[in-house]
Design a binder for this molecule. Structure first.
Ligand code: ASN
Ligand code: ZN
Length: 320
């Protein structure tokens, strides 16, 4: 926590200097200074045109639509974690307004970040409403965070890193909302999203990749837990939602080895890595792992963090 405060102080100093030097203010609404969220929710009314009809703006009271209210709260929770844990003002670090559309399409069984906003479907025969799990909301918003930082190319290993970063911050937001330690967390992504008829507990498990579901319709969770089982495929952009299991588990191993609130140390290391500017957009797992080691060293020095990190990457078979 001490080092977080130091980082905050450095950032404040930087901002002051920037102000003195007269950098032009970035374009954003006058009421969005960046330390408060600026959320706008739209109802796509089951069409596939974005954004749809505006149904809730920042500060508006909750309405009748629980989906809108969950999305609004989930965006707020993600914004809060970024600000309180990492001193970051919204996903771009500059108070970016957060936009989401719900009720997208008919029986739409997915959610996504389209490069500018979040989009949530109501689900189908396999998935329920995609706003139900807060980690899924945070996952989509974290694609925006990645876009504004490391910007990992959405294919193969950098694509799996892109997906994994969204799962990591998705899980951290859920743990933050529930005030859970790493030991208390379930490390599931999308718990409660699977329809009743599906045999499974979630979309993915960071703790035990490959065990989230095993179902007649959905098939078996295809995620590997280590490099030995890395999946080479052309599907899913080269398995971005599959091989993300490997860095996901590395994060879980680190966070539980360190104990306490996962965003304080493990999350800080991932955040520093993502925002550190040392990674190429086509980073491999090893590039990323080495960058986490450098980030941990810069923030925490030689110590338990460094040791636990090297062990975590070794356990999932990623060479550092
Ligand atoms: N829900 C998915 C995701 O955010 C959508 C996609 O495949 N890009 O990863
Ligand atoms: Zn994703």
């Amino acid at each position: 926590a001490r080092r977080t405060l130091e980082a905050d102080a450095a950032q404040r100093t930087h901002r002051r200097l920037t102000t003195v030097l007269g950098a032009p203010p970035a374009a954003r609404p006058a009421d969005a200074a960046g330390d408060k969220p600026h959320r706008t929710l739209y109802d796509a009314q089951h069409r596939q045109e974005l954004p749809g009809v505006k149904v809730r703006g920042e500060g508006d009271e909750p309405g009748q639509d629980a989906t809108v209210n969950r999305a609004y709260a989930g965006l707020g929770a993600t914004f809060d974690l970024l600000l309180k844990a990492f001193g970051r003002k919204s996903v771009d670090g500059n108070g970016l307004p957060l936009v989401a559309s719900v009720h997208y399409g008919e029986n739409y069984g997915n959610a996504f970040w389209d490069g500018q906003q979040m989009v949530f479907g109501d689900g189908d025969e396999i998935f329920r409403d995609f706003t139900l799990p807060v980690d899924v909301i945070a996952h989509e918003l974290a694609h925006g965070l990645t876009q504004y930082t490391a910007n990992f190319t959405y294919f193969g290993q950098p694509g799996a890193l892109n997906e994994s970063v969204s799962d990591v911050f998705g899980s951290l937001v859920k743990q933050y909302v529930n005030d859970q330690t790493a030991e208390q967390a379930d490390w599931l992504i999308g718990a409660g999203l699977l329809a009743e008829r599906v045999t499974g507990v979630a979309l993915r498990s960071m703790k035990a990749p490959g065990t989230a579901y095993d179902d007649d319709v959905l098939g078996k969770d295809p995620q590997p837990a280590t490099m030995a089982n890395y999946v080479r495929t052309g599907r899913d952009n080269g398995g971005v939602h599959i091989n993300s299991g490997i860095p996901n588990r590395a994060f879980y191993l680190l966070a539980t080895a360190l104990g306490g609130k996962a965003w304080e140390e493990a999350g800080q290391i991932w955040y520093d890595t993502l925002t550190g500017g040392s990674l190429e957009v086509d980073a491999s797992f090893t590039d990323f792992a080495r960058a986490t080691v450098a980030a941990a060293h810069a923030r925490f020095g030689d110590g338990a963090e460094q040791e636990a990190l090297l062990k975590a990457w070794s356990q999932v078979g990623v060479p550092t």
